[in-house]
Structure formats: structure tokens, C-alpha cells
Design a protein around this ligand. Structure first.
Ligand SMILES: Cc1cc2nc3c(=O)[nH]c(=O)nc-3n(C[C@H](O)[C@H](O)[C@H](O)COP(=O)(O)O)c2cc1C
Length: 387
């Protein structure tokens, strides 16, 4: 049995155990992947300030996100096709998050449906909404999330049109995978993945199939997005969605101060500083670099979260010390899921938690809520001077 000591260990196992098409789908950014890379490498530019001879007994990472208690300020980000990374992946990830005590966000483009996840969990989860042209379907989705008792709606604003990820096109990404000779050869080496997939009925988009009308080819993510996502999404439409929903709202994909102010004026309960994990606008700045100016722009008018490139507890510490109320992890939990299923997601959370706890202690902090700028060395020009 491999001893797992880091998120990287999980990633290695994940790569070995998952069909290439789905590994590539997660491990890609758009076009040159510059933003994807910098999301992680920019974290490395920030350093931690070591403190000694400070009582480090009785530490806590407990905090709140959206008024909800969390075991640490980390939530699982919405990830489409999670149920292709491992059979029933969304249910497994949601259960691991629930056991650990952090929020789980279900993607519109999930394999397990809203109802499936609700039936296999106890606590309310968050639902991520992609805004579709088909009003009836959109309203139906919101209604279903309400009925499933979801406690927040995360509206994603940065994917009304799909950024190109070369490998998805080359691999012919679909759910379920098409039985081409290359896929058959690759799937033959992923025995456990295949056995588990054969035992589940959940192999295509559970929130869509049987709910949306006139869907020509739901298995293809790119054609579905181009056909169905609403390019006319604007603040007026977001307002209409809020009226329909009537509950807490998080706006995801904010990277600009002006947009952040607009979101705060709108009264969003939270925003996620995000570039969609470098999967949309290649050439955009990393989320961690955009976090400080956005925090300055909105102050405490809304809760500010971030995602993109978080692979360790040290990364969580850095984002929280800069002022984020919490971070979302995407790939880090997918690695765990693909490596070891539900237990793997739990392991990913354990790894991050341990790293956060020990790093906090070595920074001389006992309470995650006391983390601040004083714990960091941030390069003078970290945000960059851009004209
Ligand atoms: C494979 C994959 C699928 C994703 N699908 C969605 C999605 O369906 N909805 C959404 O809002 N964001 C989606 N995202 C973006 C994540 O929610 C999150 O912003 C991103 O993964 C954060 O970066 P990280 O993976 O470096 O943690 C996806 C990301 C990945 C890697």
C-alpha cells in the first residue's frame, strides 16, 4: 500500500488509474495553459513567516463560509464530469466532504443528478448553475436545487462560451466515452475504473438527460455548451435568477475589481475570485494575484473566496492570510477521487488539513481566523504593474 503524503502522490495514482481522456480533461488549461500554470506557480512566490517560542497548543482550523461552520476554510469546487473520473464520483466526493465538514458544490454538468446526491447525503450541499438559453430547463434546475434543499446557488459567470482545451478535442472527450480503438485500448488498462462503471447506471449528464428538451448530442460537452449556454447572460438575467432562487448566492469567476464591485453592489453573499482553473481565458492573471486588489475593492461588503492552483495547506494558508474567507479546490479533490474513490477525497482533505495545521503552528498561529498579512512575505511587485 502506497503511503500518501501529498496531493502529488494522489495525482500520480489518479493518472495511473483513470482513462486518459478524463485525466487529460482535468489536467488541462486552455490554449497555451499559461494561466493554468501560473495559478500554481504564483502561490510559490509568496513565502511564510516563521515564528518561534509561541505556544502552539490547542490549535483550530475551524471557520465559517457563508455563515456555515466549516472544519477548515476549504470547499469542494464544482467539477463537471466528476462521475467519469470514478463511478458515482459526485456522490463519493459529497460524502467525503460531509464527513470532513466542508461544503461540496455540485456542478450543473455532473454525472450524478442533484436528486442522486441529495439522496446519498444528509447535509445540504451547494449547487453550481450554468445559465442556459432554455428558460424552462433553467427554471427547472433552480427548482430542483431548491427541492433538494441546496443551501447556496453558485452562479458561474466565466463560461458562457467554452475556452479551447486542445486535448479534449484530440481525445474526442465524451460521457460515456465513445468506443474508438484508441479508447478501447486505453480503457483495457483501467480495470477497476471499468468494473465500477459497469456497476453504476450513472454514466451521462444526470442533471440534463431526461430534463432538457431538444438536446442533439448530450455526450459531447463542447457541442452541448455551444448550443445551450446563454451568451446573453448579463446582470439583469442574474437578478432574475436570484428572484427565482430566493436564497444565498455566490458569483463565481470574478477576476476584475470593477466586476467585483458590481457583484457587491448587487448584494451577492459571496464571490469566487477565479479564472476557472485556467480553463477559460488563457493569458488572464492567476487568481492569487488578483485576490488582493479585489479584496481592497469590495472590503467586507461580500465574502471573498478564491480558487485556482490550490494544492496544499500552505496554499490555503497564503490565500486566507491575504484575506480570503475560504478557498475552493478543484483538481486536488479530483486527484483523490480518481486515485482512491471516496477515501481518496477524504485523504486529499486530510493532507491539506494537516499541512494547514502544521504550517499555521510554525507561523506561530493557533487559530485560522487570526491568519493575516503578518504571516506572509509577499514580493513587492506581486500584483504586478500593468498599464
Ligand atoms: C475537470 C474540471 C471541470 C470543471 N467543471 C466546472 C463546472 O462544471 N462548473 C464550474 O463552475 N467550474 C468548473 N471547473 C472549475 C472549478 O470549479 C474551479 O474553478 C477550478 O478547478 C479551480 O482550480 P484548481 O483545479 O486548480 O483547484 C472545472 C474544473 C476542472 C478542473
Amino acid at each position: 500500500m502506497t503511503v500518501i503524503t501529498s496531493i502529488d502522490d494522489l495525482k500520480r495514482l489518479y493518472k495511473r488509474r483513470t482513462p486518459k481522456m478524463f485525466y487529460d480533461y482535468a489536467e488541462s488549461g486552455s490554449w497555451t495553459e499559461q494561466t493554468f500554470r501560473e495559478n500554481s506557480s504564483d502561490f510559490a512566490d509568496i513565502r511564510l513567516r516563521q515564528k518561534v517560542a509561541v505556544n502552539m497548543e490547542g490549535r483550530t482550523t475551524a471557520s465559517e463560509m457563508l455563515g456555515q461552520p466549516v472544519a477548515m476554510p476549504v470547499a469542494l469546487a464544482p467539477v463537471g464530469l466528476t462521475g467519469m473520473q470514478r463511478a458515482d464520483g459526485e456522490i463519493k466526493a459529497a460524502r467525503a466532504a460531509e464527513t470532513f465538514g466542508v461544503p461540496f458544490t455540485l456542478s450543473t454538468m455532473s454525472i450524478c443528478s442533484i436528486e442522486d446526491v441529495a439522496a446519498h447525503t444528509v447535509k445540504p450541499f451547494w449547487f453550481q448553475l450554468y445559465v442556459m438559453r432554455d428558460t424552462e430547463f433553467l427554471e427547472g434546475l433552480i427548482e430542483r436545487a431548491k427541492r433538494a434543499n441546496c443551501s447556496a446557488l453558485v452562479i458561474t459567470l466565466d463560461l458562457q462560451i467554452l475556452g479551447q482545451r486542445h486535448r479534449d478535442l484530440k481525445n474526442g472527450l465524451s460521457a460515456p466515452p465513445k468506443m474508438t480503438p484508441a479508447n478501447i485500448l486505453n480503457l483495457a488498462t483501467k480495470v477497476q475504473w471499468g468494473m465500477e462503471m459497469l456497476q453504476t447506471k450513472r454514466r451521462t449528464f444526470g442533471n440534463i438527460v431526461g430534463h432538457a428538451k431538444n438536446v442533439s448530442d448530450v455526450s459531447s460537452l463542447s457541442s452541448w455548451t455551444a448550443e445551450q449556454f446563454d451568451p446573453k447572460l448579463d446582470w439583469e438575467k442574474i437578478q432574475r435568477i436570484r428572484d427565482l432562487w430566493g436564497g444565498k448566492i455566490i458569483l463565481k469567476g470574478v477576476l476584475d475589481e470593477e466586476d467585483a464591485k458590481r457583484a457587491a453592489d448587487f448584494g451577492a453573499d459571496g464571490i469566487i475570485v477565479s479564472n476557472h482553473g485556467g480553463r477559460q481565458l488563457d493569458g488572464a492573471l492567476s487568481s492569487i494575484r488578483r485576490l488582493p486588489p479585489i479584496l481592497r475593492a469590495v472590503g467586507d461588503r461580500t465574502e471573498v473566496y478564491m480558487d485556482g492552483g490550490v494544492r496544499s495547506g500552505q496554499d490555503v494558508l497564503k490565500a486566507v492570510a491575504l484575506g480570503a474567507k475560504g478557498v475552493f479546490i478543484g483538481r486536488a479533490f479530483v486527484y483523490g477521487l480518481g486515485a482512491m474513490g471516496e477515501q481518496g477525497v477524504k485523504t486529499a482533505l486530510d493532507v491539506i488539513h494537516r499541512e494547514l495545521d502544521v504550517s499555521m503552528a510554525l507561523c506561530g498561529e493557533r487559530d485560522v481566523k487570526n491568519l493575516g498579512r503578518h504571516n506572509l512575505y509577499v514580493p513587492a511587485n506581486f500584483e504586478g504593474e500593468w498599464a
